[in-house]
Design a protein around this ligand. Structure first.
Ligand code: SAM
Length: 386
């Protein structure tokens, strides 16, 4: 089969709320015809764009390569559309497969049955072409096939990423309730942080914001330490991939324009963040301390504070937090004048509890958990909520 590697339709899902931030990032990576949708961005490109987005996007969760799009009415149409794809030209019989189905407004009764029919069609087509069928492995597949159904159309994709891209192949120790890597990176872009601005996460946990910020500041590609599913697909060209990697690696910087600071009250969290930075080779980029945010002396000069404070749905008690938040508001007012603070939380009571007036509230999702990113411009005097 002749792959058209120059005109490829791609789709990248991302955390909801970050579609526009991802669209900007994709444009910088060479994508064309970029269309932000709910929960992801559709775009066009070529094989090199697919490689670059996998390697360097900090916000995309995956890069899906569109291989078919057809109208359907029933399960038989879905089966036939899937059978029509020359799967044997896309990947080898030895690859273990997994089929994922997602849908909005789909009239079919059971998505499990749709998944089964697509899997049957792939196996039947392989049997017809090569006399054997590939095995299914839902836990550690070599090739993931994604199907998306809306009311009338079925789109089939090959997943070129494999493990989701927010798994950077970096973090070794996770703390409690970590924020997803691509959400942290997306937030840093949303708030307009640039590496020349001092950054502080005073409740850093396992250090996700710090790791993402250090990689952004040093221009380290997000996927430098991991492998990708496209390495097992038939269109893969190792030479072309090495060129994309070398080009991205040549832009890695050695020094930071401004310091990145992290702190946590919990010694185990500080150890976890330190271990994660060390294993990523980023220890020198971040100044870590063990401290209570209520007593922390802010670094100078002021910059952006971004953090994901504990919240009751997942950590601690609601009452304890109801006592902590007003004190956090007081500490920010007393010592952080000149800073802009961004607090990501699933606890929508936060502005009331902290008793400060947010200048922005941005809806976001950490996995399935609905959150808000609250912006507080910290000035001395007059920002206190009655
Ligand atoms: C939701 S977790 C942060 C998770 C982090 N964003 C990550 O990705 O791993 C909240 C963190 O706040 C820390 N913390 C709670 N109270 C604190 C305080 N008074 N001062 C500093 N850190 C505190 C906890 O130890 C915990 O690590």
């Amino acid at each position: 089969m002749n792959f058209d590697l120059h005109h490829v339709r791609l789709f990248s899902p991302c955390p909801r709320g970050l579609e526009r931030a991802l669209a900007e990032e994709l444009a910088a990576l060479g994508a064309k015809e970029i269309a932000p949708l709910e929960g992801g961005v559709a775009y066009g490109g070529d094989r090199a764009v697919c490689y670059r987005v996998n390697l360097s996007s900090r916000i995309a969760s995956r890069v899906l390569w569109q291989i078919a799009e057809v109208a359907y009415r029933d399960e038989q149409d879905v089966y036939e559309a899937a059978y029509d794809v020359p799967w044997h030209a896309w990947f080898a019989l030895q690859c273990k497969i997994r089929v994922n189905v997602a849908a909005t407004r789909c009239p079919l009764k059971s998505l499990d049955y749709v998944t089964l029919r697509i899997k049957d069609a792939i196996c039947d087509r392989f049997r017809a072409e090569q006399g054997e069928r590939p095995d299914v492995d839902t836990r550690a597949p070599d090739v993931r096939i994604h199907a998306f159904l809306d009311a009338r159309r079925l789109t089939l994709y090959l997943d070129t990423s494999g493990e989701p891209l927010f798994k950077r192949g970096l973090r070794t120790v996770t703390g409690e309730a970590p924020v997803r890597e691509n959400l942290a990176a997306g937030i840093l872009r949303l708030i307009g942080w640039t590496p020349d601005v001092p950054l502080l996460d005073p409740m850093c946990g396992s250090g996700t914001f710090l790791l993402e910020a250090a990689q952004i500041a040093l221009n380290v590609p997000a996927g430098l330490r991991r492998s990708f599913a496209f390495e097992k697909l038939a269109f893969h060209d190792r030479g072309a991939w090495q060129r994309v990697r070398r080009e991205a690696e040549s832009r890695i910087r050695r020094t930071l324009p401004a310091p990145i600071h992290g702190a946590d009250v919990d010694a185990a969290a500080v150890r976890a963040a330190a271990a994660n930075l060390r294993s990523a080779g980023l220890s020198a980029a971040v100044r870590l301390t063990q401290a209570d945010v209520l007593e922390l002396a802010p670094p100078q000069p002021p910059g952006l504070l971004v953090t994901n404070p504990p919240y009751a749905m997942r950590l601690g008690e609601r009452d304890a937090l109801a006592a902590f938040y007003p004190r956090l508001g007081d500490a920010l007012k007393a010592r952080f004048a000149g800073w802009t603070a961004y607090l990501l939380t699933a606890d929508l009571r936060l502005p009331q509890l902290i008793r400060l007036t947010p200048s922005r509230r941005i809806p976001l999702f950490n996995g399935a958990l609905e959150c808000r990113l609250f912006e507080f411009r910290i000035v001395k005097g007059k920002m206190r909520k009655k």
